[in-house]
Structure formats: C-alpha cells, structure tokens
Design a protein around this ligand. Structure first.
Ligand SMILES: O=C(O)c1cc(C(=O)O)oc(=O)c1
Length: 312
C-alpha cells in the first residue's frame, strides 16, 4: 500500500479526523479462499464525488483504488461497499466502485422514498443488494418511519435486504418496527453492545432475543475497534486486541453461525482514539470464530449467499 490517505480534496476534514492507516501489516491469519469483506466504505474522493451538504462529518478521501488495494493486500476476494452517511443519498461514489470492481463488489445504498423503479433497477444492475436505515443520531437525522416503509415497498421486488445501524439503547423502541419489515434484516456492528457490561446481562440478551425473533436477521460481528473499551488496540503487532469484544462476538457466531458476516469497516469513519492496522483486525477473526467451519461460514458461505446467490 503506497497510496496515502490524504490526497487533495475540495473539502476540509472534520477537526481531529483520523485518516485510515496506510501501512497495514499482512495478516498472520490466512483468510479462506473467496473471503468477503462485507462491510467497508469509500469516501469520495471529494473532488470527484462531493460529500453531501447534510453530512455530519467530513472525512479524508478513501478511493475505490485504495479499497481494492487493501482487499488484495489482506487476501479478500470481494467487498460489500456500504454507503457512508457523509454521502447522504447520493450513491455515485459507491456505485462507481461497484462498477469498477468487475463484479467483485456488491453495494448497500441509501435511498429516499421518492426513488423510482427505474432508479432502483439501475442500482440493482450496478450490484446494489440492500438499503441502509441509520438510527445513530450523531450520524443522521432520523427519517420518518413511513418513509422507510415506502422504501421497503420499492426494494422488496428486487430481493434486497435492509441494513440497520442503531445504538443498543434504542433497540427496545425500534424492535417492533424492525420485525414488521418484511425483508431480511442485517444488523451493523452487533447492534453496538456495551462491552463493559455482562454478555449475559439484559442489554445483550435483548439483542440476542431480537436475533431469535426471525430466521432472516443477520448480524455483522464487526468493529471491535469501535466497541472496545479496554483495548489493547490493533497496533504494533498486537495479536490480542479488543479482548472485551470477544465474548459478545463469539456468542453471536456460536448461536447464529449461518447468519453472521464480517468486514473491516475500512476506512473506519469517526474513530477518535486510534486508527487500527487492518491486517491486525483480520487477525482478530479466529478469536471470534475459532473453527475452520465457522470461519468459512462467516467469511465465504454467508456473504456469498446474501450478496452473490447466483455465483457457482
Ligand atoms: O460509527 C460510525 O461512525 C459509522 C459511520 C458510518 C457512516 O458514516 O456511514 O458507517 C459505519 O459503519 C460506522
């Protein structure tokens, strides 16, 4: 990885913004053939794909070429590029990455309820397979629930799913609404558990109960670097990073082995304490999915079933 994170941009980054780490190590953990990085983003570049006026942060640029270089460096075969909130409902940067990937990337878009069927079809042809509903208040102003129901009606005919991002404290309010959405659901970042709490306590139990409520709710066991409170960070060769997250992620992988996904979350928007070495993040995987069978499901079989169901 010789590219630098801080290419020229038409935008000024949010003060204190941490750029992604451009010297990732080569993972010690060898990913299974065909592994999918099922949660990552592109940012701009802002000069080509401007950040949205309604954004809550302005990132450094993180281009499709840089994403694909990271994919190859880490040993992934494919990516799922999730629309970042800094681009609002302007999916051009994400779609441009999908089109440039030669079929090796699928996408998750953010759309407005006014989207036309022709526009949904165009996104589908580019490789989009889901929409993201975001309830994290520091990232977006919440959309009215009726708007989200209207979006679901538009995307359901295409077999898409809904990716939901929310804080653990908000699950009680959102649960019935989510369960009423009649498309598969994918939860970002394990529903953001409080990892200082007991994994057997009421907070995480409520999340696991939500997962149990329907057989088509999936979970990304991602972002230990975001959730961890105790560290140590995935830096300087650290092989035992983010130990406090392990019991939570492991529990989800054990109970729902066929409905878990993993991704780097590169370029790691809004981290404030440190920027992880993505090679070391890959080395975190065997701590949460110890067996070869669990790893294959997490990294290959599950994401392929959800995003490339027609592949071999
Ligand atoms: O926690 C975050 O700040 C965050 C932000 C975004 C985004 O801005 O799209 O995506 C993520 O997956 C996580």
């Amino acid at each position: 990885m010789t590219d630098t994170a801080t290419g020229s941009t038409a935008f000024e980054k949010t003060p204190g913004w941490l750029d992604w780490y451009d010297g990732p190590s080569r993972p010690r953990f060898e990913l299974p053939a065909g592994a999918v990085d099922a949660h990552c983003h592109v940012f701009g570049p802002g000069a080509e794909f401007p950040y949205a006026p309604e954004r809550k942060y302005t990132p450094c640029d993180a281009s499709k070429q840089q994403l694909f270089a990271l994919r190859d460096h880490l040993g992934f075969a494919r990516n799922v590029v999730v629309q970042a909130t800094c681009h609002g409902a302007d999916n051009r940067a994400m779609v441009d990455a999908l089109r440039a990937s030669g079929g090796l990337a699928r996408g998750v878009a953010t759309v407005r309820p006014t989207i036309t069927d022709a526009e949904v079809r165009e996104l589908h042809e580019a490789g989009v397979r889901g929409v993201r509903f975001n309830f994290v208040k520091r990232l977006v102003d919440a959309a009215p629930r009726q708007d989200l129901l209207d979006v679901v009606a538009k995307i359901r005919p295409y077999g898409w799913h809904v990716v939901v991002y929310f804080e653990a404290a908000d699950l009680a309010d959102l649960r019935e609404f989510f369960l009423g959405l009649d498309v598969p659901l994918v939860v970002d970042h394990m529903g953001r558990p409080d990892v200082a709490a007991d994994p057997d306590g009421p907070g995480f139990t409520a999340f696991l109960d939500f997962m149990r409520a329907r057989p088509d709710i999936w979970c990304k066991v991602t972002c230990p670097e975001r959730l961890s409170e105790s560290g140590p960070a995935a830096l300087d060769g650290e092989q035992h990073a983010y130990r406090d997250v392990v019991p939570f992620a492991r529990r989800v992988v054990e109970e729902f082995p066929d409905r878990v996904l993993w991704g780097t979350d590169w370029p790691h928007p809004n981290l404030t304490s440190h920027m992880p070495d993505d090679g070391l993040l890959v080395d975190f995987i065997p701590h949460i999915a110890p067996s070869a069978e669990a790893q294959h499901k997490l990294l290959v079989a599950n994401p392929m079933r959800l995003y490339w169901p027609d592949a071999g």
